[in-house]
Design a protein around this ligand. Structure first.
Ligand code: ATP
Length: 308
């Protein structure tokens, strides 16, 4: 029996790894009801990540072969840097993340996506997905304990590791406020967590997974100031030392990114740092001014309601 334990445990681990990446990415990437079949090339090698540098090289993509989702998209995410994608709805932000996760392969002649110089079409999907951590807008939690939901990120995670990840993700104190602590059941049949709490659970899970590359889809919904601060701190801890590509909605993320890419109708219309783009006085500067004024309005409305 003892001899069986190892292989069975491994099977459980594989099952959970695959299952987790499907559950999370399904949400993040808003998959079609029929997922597209991407096949590995015969004898495809595993991806070898040394720096976690990402490059989109003149990428064109269409979902239906008629309308353009991305056109001539080129950019780099240097080692350990944070790149934010901004742009109105339908601009192509999620498509970029879906392509990097290889839900679709680029056609010959439609450009290349490289990680540390390796074309992602040439490596195994498993190795690619092992290297990428995903924090979706609305993470899915299992009907299990909150400790299980975090520990899921790493096979054989110890309680100490789970607690350390929860602390770094700014969710430990909240967990300790539940009657059964880490044993508290969450999900439909347990305690319901808020969107911001679920996102921090996903961050803790990803910290345990410890991938060199991150895909983040920020929640669009407004968060109160203390939740916003907690999430920013959790994200800072997660993004430290990793290359990340985020769909950014919040001012704080956009301002602290190393590079901001502004998309419009599937094309990059501007790219640069926050101050460069503000100085340019173009699409981004207008978006920023709109967000700042709406945030000011929200803050003053909040203050007024607090006074009343
Ligand atoms: P949002 O902020 O609303 O999520 P986005 O910037 O992420 O938008 P994408 O989802 O990348 O935009 O969409 C880019 C283009 O591709 C849009 O024109 C969209 O209608 C189209 N598109 C997205 N997903 C599909 C799909 N599964 N099938 C066909 N077309 C799609």
């Amino acid at each position: 029996l003892a001899q069986l334990y190892g292989p069975l445990n491994m099977l459980g681990y594989l099952y959970r790894t695959i299952n987790q990446s499907l559950v999370d990415t399904e949400r993040l990437l808003k998959l079609l009801s029929e997922p597209t079949e991407i096949n590995d090339k015969p004898d495809a090698p595993d991806l070898i990540v040394e720096n976690g540098e990402i490059e989109f090289d003149n990428v064109n993509f269409s979902y239906d072969g008629r309308t353009t989702a991305l056109e001539g998209v080129s950019f780099k995410v240097p080692k350990g840097s944070a790149v934010a994608l901004v742009g109105e709805s339908g601009a192509g932000k999620s498509t970029i993340l879906r392509l990097l996760y290889r839900f679709y392969d680029l056609k010959e002649g439609d450009g290349r996506i490289l990680i540390d110089g390796q074309d992602i079409r040439d490596v195994t999907q498993n190795s690619l997905r092992r290297a990428i951590g995903v924090v979706p807008q609305d993470p899915v939690l299992f009907n299990a304990s909150i400790g299980y939901n975090i520990g899921y990120g790493k096979f054989g995670a110890t309680q100490e590791e789970i607690v350390a990840a929860a602390k770094a993700a700014q969710i430990h104190d909240r967990i300790m406020s539940f009657p059964d602590g880490y044993e508290t059941k969450v999900g439909e049949r347990g305690i319901r967590l808020s969107g911001g709490e679920k996102q921090r659970v996903a961050i803790a899970r990803t910290l345990l997974k410890d991938p060199p590359i991150l895909l983040l889809d920020e929640a669009t919904s407004a968060l109160d100031t203390s939740t916003e601060k907690d999430i920013q701190k959790a994200l800072q801890n997660l993004m430290q030392g990793r290359s990340s590509l985020s769909i950014a909605h919040r001012l704080s993320t956009i301002a602290s990114a190393d590079l901001i890419i502004v998309l419009k109708d599937g094309r990059i219309v501007e790219q640069g740092t926050h101050s460069e783009l503000l100085a340019l006085g173009g699409v981004f500067a207008t978006m920023w001014a709109d967000q700042v004024s709406s945030t000011d309005e929200a803050v003053s409305a909040h203050r007024k309601s607090a006074v009343v």
